[in-house]
Design a protein around this ligand. Structure first.
Ligand code: 9MR
Length: 549
């Protein structure tokens, strides 16, 4: 029996912005809510709205809009009927620390370097995985690099709670981070997260992203331009620290998805790095050359899905449909070169966007194209991309307006919290395109959900909140001596993909929105991953930049 007592009040446990909408939820049976200030004075009282039932959570909740409470402070939410109370914060900048922590989490997941106490505090650890001796696996062997050839492929982040490095997932992650920099440049120029390179004149967000870029560049076969799908051990390592995880590592299978993800990100990095030429001489140009070479390989191998070799058992990331990758990559390469060959593919592969995920990247191409809308040729604008993008945002925002929990998610996949964050990201972009403040508030509502106003009552970011996530499926967090997990990581979140990951004795809710356990064994609900943290950085940073500057 693992279903704990439920939180009677669901709220953003990190804080509400002084001058922005504020919503909390109470369970169906709660009929009165009072908020008192630090002196014990009642500052707010309300009868919650009528209960709204959600098929995804199997419960009904009642909304309490307390936006009128617009004086910063620490308050207590009191439920007079049961005498329970919960601390709640109203602040001018409640999301600065969480944005920093979410970005810093990438530093904590760096391979190939020690995390020093000066930067990592009690999560300091020795370096793991130098990755200077990596074997070419039979699935990736060819005449230039036969099986067993040794290559060097250092740096980069561990993907998640495991220690492998996967190109497909790196593509969306690094792109999302660089988009945050492009869309909120001034904000990120000032955001110092205390990493070894801080203060160099390069935004920490860019420095951190380049740590993974440097690894990604080594994953391209210099002879033909194809990109290996992943760098991995044959099996997942045990729950040990990085330096104790020493099994041989291999580069496995070149594929269309990996090669296009690589090219899209490298083409995007080319444009971002143009502003930092003096810091990284030649890197911008190198990225573009490698991106175009990868594109050439993908044009000759347009339909090569990743198939897991018989002796490899780590993460798959096995996409089988590449239309969205072609669209996204062509968009990035067109923006970086202006060449007709990319324009043609944008037109050929055009399709309406959907919420992004590692295997669905149409929206990433949209974000880049829309960010350069005024310079686009008529023929691209006539595709209707602005209308199609806004239509998606409108649909999402429409759902959130009437949803019991005030969010747009309707269907819970593995990593559901990242879907909420990605929906928030699209809304932010929609706000930037239209100035419609409701989009921005709906994105804020997504962040509230992640920080506690969800059906589980957990604040899903490690190191934050009242009901905290403590046992993420993350090898360093589990293997080190700290009780507290490495901070700043977004837990994957509820879903019903694998109900038995903790064995039969751990009961999970059959309702998708509640099917989550804070146990290390629950890799399907409580792992962390770089592609989940990136949209969290985007969302919380965007809201901090737009609403609290
Ligand atoms: O995020 C991935 C999810 O969409 C898949 O359903 C799941 C099962 O294939 O894999 C997830 O990605 C994992 C990856 O394969 C290995 N590293 C950890 C990732 C997060 O769980």
């Amino acid at each position: 029996e693992n279903i704990e007592k439920e939180m009677p009040v669901l709220y953003n446990q990190v804080g509400y912005i002084t001058d922005a909408p504020k919503l909390l939820l109470v369970r169906e049976e709660v009929n009165q809510v009072i908020i008192i200030d630090a002196q014990g004075n009642e500052v707010f009282s309300a009868i919650p709205e009528e209960p709204l039932f959600w098929d995804q959570s199997g419960d009904a909740v009642r909304k309490v809009d307390f936006s009128q409470l617009n004086v910063p402070g620490t308050y207590v939410v009191v439920l007079p009927e049961t005498n329970e109370n919960f601390e709640i914060r109203v602040k001018d900048q409640p999301f600065r620390e969480i944005t920093k922590a979410a970005l810093k989490a990438f530093y904590f997941n760096r391979s190939g370097m020690a995390i020093e106490p000066q930067y990592g505090g009690r999560w300091a650890r020795p370096a793991g995985h130098p990755d200077t001796i990596i074997y070419v696996h039979s699935s990736a062997a060819d005449d230039n690099r036969p099986e067993g050839t040794i290559i060097s492929s250092p740096l980069g982040w561990y993907d998640a709670g495991d220690y492998n490095k996967y190109i497909v997932n790196s593509g969306i992650t690094t792109y999302t981070l660089l988009s945050a920099l492009t869309h909120f440049t001034d904000y990120y120029k000032k955001l110092d997260v205390s990493i070894p390179e801080s203060g160099s004149g390069v935004p920490d967000l860019l420095t951190e992203t380049l740590y993974n870029l440097k690894w990604m560049l080594t994953m391209q076969d210099p002879y033909d331009g194809g990109v290996y799908h992943k760098l991995t051990t044959k099996n997942f390592e045990g729950m040990v620290m990085p330096h104790e995880a020493t099994n041989d590592r291999f580069v496995v299978s070149k594929g269309t998805a990996a090669t296009l993800n690589f090219a899209a990100f490298a083409a995007k990095a080319h444009r971002v790095l143009a502003d930092y030429e003096s810091h990284f001489p030649g890197l911008a140009e190198k990225c573009l050359q490698k991106a175009e070479k990868a594109w050439g390989w993908a044009m000759s191998n347009p339909n090569l899905p990743y198939v897991q070799p018989d002796d490899i058992f780590t993460g798959g990331y096995g996409d089988r449909n590449f239309s969205d990758e072609f669209f996204w990559t062509a968009s990035e390469l067109f923006l970086s070169t202006g060449k007709d060959e990319y324009l043609d593919v944008i037109i050929e592969k055009y399709s309406k966007p959907v919420v992004p995920s590692w295997n669905q990247v149409y929206a990433l191409g949209f974000i880049s194209l829309l960010n350069n809308y005024d310079e686009l040729p008529e023929i691209i604008r006539n595709l209707g991309l602005k209308n199609d993008f806004i239509a998606l945002v409108d649909e999402l925002v429409g759902v959130s307006k009437t949803a019991p929990y005030g969010v747009s998610i309707q269907n819970f996949v593995w990593g559901s919290n990242s879907q909420v964050a990605n929906e928030g990201m699209l809304k932010i972009k929609g706000y930037q395109l239209t100035g419609n403040r409701y989009y921005l508030y709906s994105a804020l509502s997504d962040l509230d959900y992640i920080l506690g106003r969800n059906a589980t009552g957990y604040c899903f970011v490690t190191g934050f909140g009242y009901k905290r996530v403590m046992n993420i499926h993350h090898r360093p967090s589990e293997a080190d001596d700290n009780e507290a997990p490495v901070p700043g990581f977004l837990a994957g979140g509820p879903n019903i993909s694998v109900l038995t990951d903790c064995g039969p004795e751990v009961e999970r809710s059959p309702y998708p929105a509640k099917s989550y356990v804070d146990l290390e064994c629950s890799y399907s609900t409580n792992e962390i991953a770089i592609n989940w943290n990136a949209p969290l950085v985007y969302l919380s940073g965007a809201i901090d930049a737009l609403l609290t500057q």
